[in-house]
Design a protein around this ligand. Sequence first.
Ligand SMILES: [Zn+2]
Length: 251
Amino acid sequence: MSEIRKIAGKEPVSQDDILKELFKDAPASESWQVTLPSKGRFYTNFRGASVSPLTYQDEERILNSKGQGTELINLLVEACVTGVTMSEVVPMDKLFLLMKIREISYGSEYKFSVGCPSCNTEIKTSLDLGSHFIVNEVPEDLTDPREVVLPKLGVTAKVRFPRTQDESYLSDSKVLISNLYRFIESLGKYSDPLIISKAVNRMHIQDIKKIIKEVHKDEYGIDPRFMFECPSCKHSTMMSVPLGADFFSVS
Ligand SMILES: [Zn+2]
């Protein structure tokens, strides 16, 4: 009788305990603290960002959804990144985060193919996401918005970075030009969007280019270019690694 009581009084083995035992040697679910290209400087209450791997459920839900391009990227970032508010993210950080999600979820080898612009041969190649790219972080004095003097008009424009909700205005250069006024907070002493929009239409090309350069600031973040030499025809040229949603569609 006392034997039975002893057994019954033993610690119950719950399903949680069984799973704990089963996974005791498996690596803990990783999470990487990352240093964003923007260093989070343009975000409210920023205290650091971290990236965790895509779960199988996320992969099913997101990659099999009808989402494409920026929509897909936003879903991925939302599922795997903590510490940043989606609506505030600037493009340089988004691309960086996407690359980190790809790396922590599937490993650092990224296989892709490029077409030789000279002989059209499709070349399969790969690179290491963890070491290939140089990430240029913004300098201490870069602000958002920031002031630039337009060389032709001679006035100061206050220009800002695009955020998540502005992504549709960046789809191509024509769309960007007609929406450029949205990224100009003021022009001289004027901040009325209607005046700014009309002024943009009359601006010299040098002023337009100066503003576009300031909106993109593509010297910061990841530089996707690499020197390509075609093994077939020996043509060599500067090319860009296909980034963005391509990261996940090829897996
Ligand atoms: Zn070639």
